[in-house]
Ligand binder design. Structure first.
Ligand code: GRF
Length: 223
């Protein structure tokens, strides 16, 4: 995993890996920042942890490449990794690097996606796990989860709501890849043997209706 900071998605993946039936393991954590809290957590969990200071794109990519090869890494997971990766490195690892982003891409790529969503006034936002391409926050979409915005949201409350679904979606995405269910075909992800959820969402909820028996009640929406 490549991280730059807090590492809560790293923790979520490590937690998933404690289940004996989980089909992947985290073999290595790399950070461009020595003070990243996620790096300390990985160290304390006994995961091989390395700091590679970022001088320039190419030098960083060369050092990461050597490390990944030495450690027999099969999939690179970016989680809060705040640097743009070298395009040649990304191409060399095509469809073997994934990223998680706190919006429903292609909406709100780049920094502060949660603030962008609030500024746009969207009713729903969420998170996206996607294969990485040289362009920032672009690439075939593997999994998304939706969260509603609330009228009193600020960046912190919305980020926390999105983060709680990130922690479910990222381990799920890694599981689907490790189980060899995922293929990129003509720029889109195909997933074998996974059911789509039966769920409809409306935000704001439908208006309350007065019913003689029960007073005001919320209309139920579902599929
Ligand atoms: C997450 O919101 C992720 O979507 C974004 O950066 C944040 C990383 O959080 N790319 P953490 O370091 O995993 O806690």
């Amino acid at each position: 995993m490549l991280i730059s900071g807090r590492g809560s998605n790293l923790r979520a993946l490590l937690a998933a890996c404690t289940d004996a039936s989980y089909p992947a393991e985290v073999v290595s954590v790399v950070s461009d920042r020595v003070e990243a809290p996620g790096l300390a957590f990985a160290q304390s969990s006994g995961i091989c942890s390395t700091t590679i200071p970022y001088r320039d794109r190419q030098t960083f990519a060369t050092r990461v490449e050597t490390l990944l090869r030495d450690q027999g890494v099969q999939l690179v997971c970016l989680a809060g990794f705040m640097r743009v990766l070298d395009a040649a490195f990304v191409e060399a690892w095509r469809d073997r690097i994934i990223n998680i982003h706190p919006s429903l891409l292609p909406a709100f790529p780049g920094l502060r996606a949660q603030s962008q969503a609030l500024a746009a006034g969207v009713r729903f936002t969420g998170c996206t796990v996607h294969f990485v391409r040289p362009e920032v926050d672009a690439g075939p979409i593997l999994a998304q989860a939706v969260v509603p915005t609330r009228p009193d949201d600020d960046e912190a409350t919305l980020s926390a709501r999105i983060l709680s679904v990130e922690h479910r979606v990222y381990p799920l995405a890694v599981r689907m890849i490790a189980e060899d269910r995922v293929q990129v075909v003509a720029g889109k992800v195909e997933i074998r043997g996974w059911r789509a959820p039966k769920l409809a969402m409306l935000n704001p909820r439908e208006p309350l209706r007065r019913s003689p028996a029960s007073g005001w009640s919320q209309t139920q929406v579902g599929l």
